[in-house]
Design a protein around this ligand. Structure first.
Ligand code: AMP
Length: 508
């Protein structure tokens, strides 16, 4: 039996070829038949260049439907899809090309000239272009090829994709994902989240990342569901689509932006079945405000590039409530444990390093045996680098990344805990707590706080208010008020950037 992920999609939509698969915000449409025919042409092109299963193809392009079709083509041809964040510049691209040794690089037309030289120097044989409008030499090269193609019969261990992690320390690592990793996770989510005939997904995320490319597209394709597709997130477009949509997947910042729209009401959301959030922590304030404004309870889930999805809050009421501030329970088939500093599983409610095992967990990093030896236990658990706790009902709460853990004067401080107290203070919109080098304590706690619109905050008053609530070693020794926190495109606060900004606050 073939494990090719594309075969699962094709089985799901084969009887819906004339139906619209994707409609864009500029009113263009692709049917499932178009996806099938055009991905065949692109797969035939890859094979005509001599690419074999397991060869890599690197893609750094703006979001477009042909870019998604090209991903499907790679699955069909058995070549390994390596998508890159559009923000990466030449030094990073040189590293990725040298590390992955792609046979083909797909570039944005605006960047192609400068990349051609780099690709030639590194020895990438083919560079073609694909623009946000779907035009470029990729389409020209493929549009007259045969629309018939025999999908590669992948084994469970064949690689489908490599996702480079954002690399908060050191060089970015390529997380290898097999067809079986992706298919097992997609099938689990499709069932767990109750996908049903008639579902329509609003797709508003980038497609170089696990959330937008895998979670969102895989679920829709497995359900033969229409996607309403926008390049950059536009709240007004989202509101216009709500009456015909049923599912939305967003990062927390998208929910925050939607809450600023007066048109967001129970009536405007009446057609929706499910709102899902992930990729970064959803503040409990946002979770509650969304409930009050729309009558819908956001389902928060948790995952990462190396594992795709790991946990989810319940979809069905009989499986329990959706609890704000938690990421729900491990998915069926996923094992998750929190490990204490003594390398033993924590008691329920105690904080520890999250380790996971399951069919979705990647086989390791591309060409990085040392990292693999360090980040997997002997019995196959992957150390996620996240710190969290599991309550008596099995719900997981993420406390932060272990690299963000602050050790001050020998005491552990979990940033999320301190952030929670700060965020509850009047006038505070959000905050980030980091550790900065301190001559006496090793690290000192620093808080960076964003006021609510129209509020004026006083650093000394905030610090005094926190002091009365938590142990002195957790209280920020320095507190800064800023207009906004640095975030990446997935809405994650860039703590590394903050640590750099405030690196010297204690040095005098
Ligand atoms: P990435 O590999 O870029 O998808 O980043 C994965 C990381 O994002 C995880 O290891 C977590 O630290 C974080 N993350 C993802 N989803 C959530 C969530 N729902 N709540 C808190 N952190 C999350």
């Amino acid at each position: 039996m073939s494990h090719n992920l594309y075969t699962h999609f094709h089985n799901a939509f084969a009887n819906h070829l004339a139906e619209v698969a994707i409609e864009t915000d500029d009113a263009r449409r692709w049917t499932f038949g178009d996806l099938h025919a055009q991905s065949a042409q692109m797969a035939n092109w890859l094979q005509s260049l001599g690419l074999k299963p397991g060869d890599r193809v690197m893609v750094q392009v703006e979001k477009s439907v042909p870019a998604l079709i090209f991903y499907l083509a790679c699955l069909r041809a058995g070549v390994v899809y390596v998508p890159l964040n559009t923000a990466y510049q030449s030094a990073e691209l040189a590293y990725f090309m040298e590390n992955a040794e792609p046979s083909v690089f797909i570039a944005d037309p605006a960047k192609a000239e400068s990349l051609r030289e780099l690709a030639a120097r590194i020895g990438v044989p083919h560079l073609v272009t694909l623009g946000a409008d779907g035009q470029g030499s990729l389409v020209e090269a493929t549009q007259n090829l045969s629309t018939e193609q025999a999908t590669y019969a992948a084994s469970a261990t064949d690689l489908a994709a490599i996702l480079y992690t954002s690399g908060t320390t050191g060089r970015s690592k390529g997380a290898q994902l097999t067809h079986h990793n992706l298919a097992s996770n997609a099938l689990t989510l499709h069932k767990l989240w109750g996908w049903q005939p008639g579902d329509v997904l609003v797709h508003a995320l980038p497609i170089f990342h696990v959330h937008g490319l895998f979670v969102a597209c895989h679920c829709a394709l497995l359900n033969a569901s229409k996607m309403l597709w926008m390049g950059k997130f536009k709240p007004q477009q989202m509101l216009a689509w709500l009456p015909q949509a049923t599912v939305f997947m967003g990062v927390p910042t998208l929910y925050v932006r939607l809450l600023q729209e007066p048109g967001l009401t129970p009536e405007s959301c009446a057609h929706m079945r499910l709102f899902i959030s992930g990729s970064a922590p959803l503040l409990t304030e946002t979770f509650k405000e969304w409930q009050e404004r729309t009558g819908h309870t956001i389902l928060e889930r948790y995952g990462m590039s190396e594992t795709t999805m790991l946990t989810s809050n319940p979809y069905r009421a009989e499986d329990g409530p959706r609890l704000g501030g938690t990421v729900g329970r491990p998915l069926p088939g996923v094992e998750l444990r929190c490990m204490g500093e003594d390398s033993k599983p924590c008691a329920s409610g105690d904080i520890g390093g999250i380790e996971v095992r399951g069919p979705n967990v990647f086989p390791g990093y591309w060409r990085m045996p040392e990292a693999n030896a360090k980040e997997f236990t002997a019995d196959g658990w992957f150390k996620t680098g996240d710190v969290g706790r599991i309550n008596a009902d099995g719900y997981v709460t993420i406390v932060g990344r272990s690299k963000d853990l602050i050790i001050t004067g020998g005491y552990n401080v979990y940033p999320a805990e301190v952030e929670g107290y700060i965020n509850d203070l009047p006038g505070v919109d959000e905050s980030a707590v980091i550790g900065c080098p301190h001559p006496d304590f090793g690290e000192g706690v620093v808080a960076v706080v964003v006021p609510q619109v129209g509020a004026t905050l006083d650093a000394a008053a905030l610090t005094a208010a926190i002091k009365s609530q938590i142990a002195a070693f957790k209280v920020p020794k320095q507190l800064f008020i800023v207009d906004e926190l640095p975030r990446n495109v997935m809405g994650k606060v860039q703590k590394k950037a903050l640590r750099e900004t405030y690196a010297k606050v204690f040095s005098s």
